[in-house]
Design a protein around this ligand. Structure first.
Ligand code: FES
Ligand code: FES
Length: 136
């Protein structure tokens, strides 16, 4: 399969690989797995008192498209409010990375990880949990 240049770029030079302090109340952690292939993604956000994401890190055990999707997601997350971040749609990632149909679930993993991280942050900070569950 031919990967797009953007996938190869993010795969060979992933942005924001790493770990944030899971125990901090400012940090939200999302850990999700893809049933299609067993790949696992952890995505973390650090959020300030205005609910703006100041940092984002990921660690993905998976295919190149999943790594590229999560790398791109961390770039997009920084500087967004959690309310804007929750609007990131996996199809935006598919479009940006020109993912082929068999790799769409890799981008779903990233969207799910973002939502899980935001939810973790919200629950930790006494905000209402996200209810919206998107049917993929
Ligand atoms: Fe091969 Fe995900 S199916 S790495
Ligand atoms: Fe399963 Fe990419 S996350 S193949």
């Amino acid at each position: 399969m031919a990967y797009s240049e953007k996938v190869i770029d993010h795969y060979t030079n992933p942005r924001n690989v790493g770990t944030l302090d899971k125990s901090s109340s400012k940090v939200g952690t999302g850990l999700v797995g893809a049933p299609e292939c067993g790949d696992v993604m952890r995505l973390q956000i650090e959020v300030d008192e205005n609910h703006v994401i100041t940092d984002a890190k990921f660690k993905t055990f998976g295919c190149g498209s999943a790594i590229a999707s999560s790398s791109l997601a961390t770039e997009w997350l920084k500087g967004k409010t959690i309310d804007d971040a929750v609007k990131i749609d996996n199809m935006d990632i598919v479009e940006e990375l020109a993912l082929p149909p068999v790799k769409i679930h890799c981008s779903v993993l990233a969207e799910d990880a973002i939502k899980a991280a935001i939810n973790d942050y919200r629950v930790k900070n006494g905000l209402e949990a996200l209810v919206e569950e998107k049917a993929h």
